[in-house]
Design a protein around this ligand. Structure first.
Ligand code: 3H9
Length: 697
């Protein structure tokens, strides 16, 4: 008997228990153990029925993802599920926590399912670039019908126990938290009622009545928009359709073929890298696990603008009271009104209740006085990017805030050490860089100054988790990880247009790669004045920032979406960029002034210059220790800038493209285009020379 699956009889019920922390994933040992335990249960003459239940926090959460990409080991999961389904003795699955992926498929192989009220079920394989590969696409629609199965399998969203009961996925839902007792009671009653095995594979009424329905073509058409660029959602539809067109065994074969296609797709590799990296970023190298964390039960936020307001919402959403400070009543009123409007919009969409709107608003208290911050546990400054102003604010905070308060700046570029130097407690100063809109974007880039204490680092990582952000800890430098790389890409994109590309050509290359929007559509969203001001500041500081057509746009007051005109035009109330011939003229005029003869620029050159400049910068960021691992950079880009998760992040993408080829191209650009940004990073050079990848570091 394997240690991870155990068989024991309790009264007339043979109990098969999985105990493989943390989430009872179906590793090889668990799959073998499940078969052994089943055999034992079959052989046990005193067991009238069998119960499958899990120890620990959850029912089986799926196949063991760490085994993907390695040679398969027998028994495979479809085989295990089939053995359970074919059992002559009735098997009941008792579900607590989450029955996900292969876990739900295993439960669907059992003859009855009972769930705790708090349980959830789902087939989230699509989020890993896969489809359910152990019968989920054939068994689920036999219980739910096509529509619900397609929704669950193509979105990967979970269903609550109540929803699962209503859709026939489980047979009963029970209150309480003793899953084993609930399962035993259900199994004993099944025996008493003479309920024999009921095999989902044989449930034919739904597949028969919905045969030939056009729901599949409609569903595919809907996916074209929702799942742009993705591979597996379409394969999910093909697999579910097979349940309605083929006999069960043939459907299973079709599912396997489609599953293998997904398994071999690079998107699967990218999405699984994203899955593990998202979990890895919270384990910071060099920051001991047992570092004490300060209690954060109240927050002060300086600035009630778009950023400050969005940040405040994050804390109110999880019940943490916020004091929101502005210097003028008018600005405070405006900020609070925007927050209320955002909440009301969520309520209108049914995401929260009206009562929650009021609860959250009540947690955000306005103030005009810094003195009110004397007792808060964390302060986040979210005023505009000006070092002088920020230093003055931190000087004030130093005088007012209690000892032990964490003092954070939401700066997106500025030097945390210089900000900290305005206080007598630089160990308590840290960057907490939220991304706009701060109540929506998942990334929190926490920035350590050279003196930030471990306790403060651990505290900002913990609070990030509490407010449901994906937090990445990075070092201090201009623009940190995300904006430092973005600025390089932005500068290169502008140059490409100077030389002959059109802004829409550049944007299309980036959206074709999977970004939700291109560089110039993004500048229109952020405001063209932002980049313009930064360039002007840097020019004043003596940096050689070449003139560009973007500066002309800013000087003409074309600031982006907020003025309905930037690189693109925007109709009233619309965010859809429309190409403006006036901008083409402005660009042509700029080229003439600069004596540039425009040349044809290929999409490949755009891709290489926009992406490789980022990769080279990313390599420098690693070399300097600003990011601890390539995966930290990947997560910053996936959650902060919409880098397609199915490509695994920029550094993972670079590994797929090939480090040597990227290095050679970077060198070529350094020779032909010049500039520090193209000076090859020594790390890139080393990896190319050794035939290694960023992932190998
Ligand atoms: C599948 O089933 C394919 C089949 O259809 C066909 C097969 C033929 N494997 O998220 P957490 C680790 S595909 C291995 O922090 P939570 C995770 O890395 C699978 N490891 O906890 C972490 O490790 P560490 C379909 C796994 O409470 C630890 O467990 N299933 C797996 O916030 C805790 O995870 C899914 O896609 C796994 N399957 O959330 C479910 N799952 O501590 C994926 C987790 O070292 N999992 N780990 O960092 C989840 O959605 C969440 O983990 C879950 C718990 C909701 C279960």
């Amino acid at each position: 008997m394997s240690e991870v699956v155990n068989y024991q009889r309790q009264g007339s019920i043979g109990v098969i228990t999985v105990n493989y922390p943390p989430v009872n994933a179906l590793s090889h040992a668990v799959r073998s153990g499940l078969l052994d335990a089943l055999k034992q249960g079959q052989a046990d003459a005193d067991a009238k029925a069998l119960l499958l239940v899990c120890d620990g926090r959850t029912f089986v959460a799926g196949a063991d993802i760490t085994e993907f990409g390695k040679p398969p080991q027998s028994p495979g999961l479809p085989e295990v599920v089939a053995e359970y389904e074919n059992s002559e003795k009735t098997i009941v699955a008792a579900i607590h926590g989450t029955a996900l992926g292969g876990g739900l498929e295993l439960a669907l192989g059992c003859h009855y399912r009972v769930a705790l009220e708090s349980a959830k079920v789902g087939l989230p394989e699509v989020k890993l670039g896969l489809l359910p590969g152990a019968g989920g696409t054939q068994r689920l629609p036999r219980l739910t019908g096509a529509q619900k199965a397609l929704e669950m399998i193509t979105t990967g969203d979970f269903a609550s126990a109540k929803d699962a009961l209503a859709n026939g996925i489980v047979d009963a839902v029970e209150a309480g938290d003793d899953v084993k007792a609930v399962g035993l009671a259900y199994a004993e009653k099944a025996v008493a009622d003479g309920k024999g095995p009921r095999r989902v594979r044989d449930v034919e009424d739904k597949v028969a009545s919905e045969k030939g329905s056009d729901i599949f073509s409609q569903f595919r058409a809907g996916l074209e928009k929702k799942a742009r660029g993705l591979f597996s959602p379409f394969k999910c539809v093909d697999a579910v359709e097979a349940a309605f067109t083929l006999p069960f065994d043939e459907g299973m074969k079709r599912e396997r073929e489609l599953f293998m296609e997904c398994m071999e797709s690079p998107q699967r590799a990218g999405l699984i890298h994203s899955f593990f990296s998202e979990r890895q970023v919270s384990k910071v190298p060099g920051l001991p696990k047992d570092t004490p964390v300060r209690d954060i039960n109240s927050v002060g936020i300086i600035g009630a603008g778009t950023m400050g307001g969005g940040i405040a919402m994050n804390f109110a959403n999880v019940g943490i009271p916020v004091l929101l400070l502005e210097l003028k009543q008018e600005a405070l009123d405006k900020g609070l009104a925007i927050i209320r409007r955002n909440y009301e919009n969520s309520a209108k969409k049914g995401r929260i209740t009206q009562a929650q709107v009021e609860e959250r608003m009540a947690l955000i208290k306005p103030t005009l006085a810094y003195e009110d911050f004397s007792d808060v546990d964390l302060v986040i400054e979210a005023v505009f990017e000006n070092m002088g102003v920020k230093k003055e604010i931190f000087g004030t905070l130093d005088k007012i805030c209690k000892q032990g308060a964490v003092l954070a700046s939401n700066t997106s570029t500025l030097d945390i050490d210089e900000i900290a130097s305005a206080t007598t407690r630089p160990e308590d100063v840290v960057g907490m860089h939220f991304f706009s809109p701060a109540n929506v974007m998942k990334l929190l880039e926490n920035v350590c100054g050279s003196k930030t204490s471990n306790e403060v680092k651990a505290t900002v990582m913990a609070i990030g988790k509490r407010i449901k952000k994906v937090s990445v800890l990075v070092g201090n430098c201009y623009g940190f990880v995300g904006n430092r790389m973005l600025h390089q890409r932005g500068a290169e994109a502008i140059k490409l247009v100077n030389e002959g590309a059109s802004p829409q050509q550049v944007d299309k290359v980036l959206t074709d790669l999977g970004f939700p929007m291109g560089q110039f559509a993004m500048s229109d969203l952020a405001g063209i004045d932002v980049g313009y001001r930064i360039r002007e500041e840097r020019r004043k500081a003596g940096e050689d920032i070449p003139a560009s057509w973007m500066d002309k746009l800013a000087e003409q007051g074309r600031l982006g979406q907020k003025t309905q005109a930037g690189t693109y035009l925007y109709e009233e109330g619309s965010r859809k960029p429309v190409v403006d011939p006036a901008v083409d003229e402005l660009i042509a005029e700029f080229r003439k002034e600069q004596g540039i003869t425009p040349r044809e620029i290929t999409d490949q050159e755009i891709l290489e210059r926009c992406m490789y400049v980022m990769i080279n910068e990313g390599a420098k960021i690693l070399e300097e220790g600003i990011a601890a691992r390539a995966l930290d950079i990947d997560i910053v880009w996936i959650y902060g800038y919409g880098f397609p998760a199915y490509r695994g992040g920029p550094m993972f993408w670079a590994d797929q493209v090939g480090i040597e080829s990227i290095y050679n191209t970077v060198r070529k650009f350094h020779d032909t285009l010049g500039g520090d940004q193209w000076k090859p990073s020594s790390l890139l050079e080393r990896l190319a020379g050794e035939g290694k990848t960023f992932g190998s570091l």
